[in-house]
Design a protein around this ligand. Sequence first.
Ligand SMILES: Nc1nc2c(ncn2[C@@H]2O[C@H](COP(=O)(O)OP(=O)(O)OP(=O)(O)O)[C@@H](O)[C@H]2O)c(=O)[nH]1
Length: 481
Amino acid sequence: MVLAQLSRSISRAMQQMNNTTVVDEKVLNDCLNEISRALLQADVQFSMVRDMQTNIKKIVNLDDIAAGHNKRRIIQQAIFNELCKMLDPGKPLFTPMKGKSSVIMFVGLQGSGKTTTCTKYAYYHQKKGWRPALVCADTFRAGAFDQLKQNATKAKIPFYGSYMESDPVKIAGEGVERFKKEDYDLIIVDTSGRHKQEAALFEEMRQVAEITKPDLVIFVMDSSIGQAAFDQAQAFKQSVSVGAVIITKMDGHAKGGGSLSAVAATKSPVIFIGTGEHMDEFEVFDVESFVRRLLGLRDWSGFMDKIHEVVPADQQPELVQKLSERTFTFRLMYELLQNLMKMGPVGQMLSAFGAEVMPKGQEKESQAKFKRYMTIMDSMTDAELDSTNPKLMNESRIIRIARGSGRTVQDVMEMIQLYKMFAKNLSKTMKGLKVPKKGGMNARSQSMTAQHVSKALPPQMLKQMGGMGGLQSLMKQMGSN
Ligand SMILES: Nc1nc2c(ncn2[C@@H]2O[C@H](COP(=O)(O)OP(=O)(O)OP(=O)(O)O)[C@@H](O)[C@H]2O)c(=O)[nH]1
């Protein structure tokens, strides 16, 4: 996808700056010009790019940076902050609460992926223990109700709509009222797609908002819309109070920069991205992690989330224990790779590595690489597999393992590098997790630890462990070991 190109261009610009011996005004300007060019090519609005340049130059005053300070780091941080600012309008987002009915209304252009995204949003929350329900107020497109009905049925999510009634305002009002009575906590209203010139449809959208009184209006935008994104998003913002954005089709060939413009136009944050047609091809959008990837800085948070998703239920308590001990061994990495291999194509999961490391479309190569690493680990001794000290892997061990596995020393080094990155990221993820090795925990620290662990676990894993109660009793057992 072209977003990967944007990332490549930006990280190349940063790399060029890093390769210079002296960072002066010219080097800074070259770097900023290169980044600006990349952003413009990715459809980010000119005024936003210009503002970003101006702000960075204001912040990074090379003459004022005292000797001894790392100018490159200061520039990188300024670029990072500005890109984050572009994507994060800083406005607090409405957050629905479990157990209390919230109405979420979806609006967007025709074909932007609204109906699909409504179900994805409902399904995502259902997996996290919410009670979502769907209302189809799209009477404009024939087949919209059928589509929503089909998706909702597949995901076992209650829905409301009508083949007979042609007034979307009436359907929306009735649907919301019914699901409120039935205590659903996320009532999701799908509306007809429209174009900014369609005044009648905009009026209809306003009326649907009036009757359903949404707590949050989500603007759904196709990432391929490009420069037009700003105007379209603004037109919606002027008619209903858009509070969040979801960008769809990030898996395609979209330039993606339009998403930055939509954020600017609606002054609302991107909360999710759609990465495919299937129900679970939907990711929480994290600004810092997105920008980190754009800058070519490796991001691991998404990868860890995916790992949590693929560990089989029977191994989960053990994994929690291992994680809570904050030990990450080669053996544990072997188990994780084994689980990932069972999943089949790992491309989606690997996107969290960033396009540079595991490019899309090269899933086969990535899988082959994992297999190679596992063959290498097959030649390691038990002591090596159970060690948490990468320094143990000295030259002679590396040569022995390479020979034993029929792989090159370079392959073994790569595998060790992957291990180190895993271990580092895990220790970050698990920071603050205080499980005493010996003796018990008091009730308060048990519950706090369980809360911390539950955040790191995917919902279905938590469910299989018996929810928070099950997790707490597991933590109790661990504490008393
Ligand atoms: N590749 C990909 N396709 C998507 C994504 N989200 C939606 N689609 C596809 O986009 C097409 C349009 O999606 P819909 O959900 O029908 O769009 P809509 O906005 O409800 O359309 P209207 O009702 O006409 O406004 C469908 O073929 C979806 O499968 C995504 O994240 N990635």
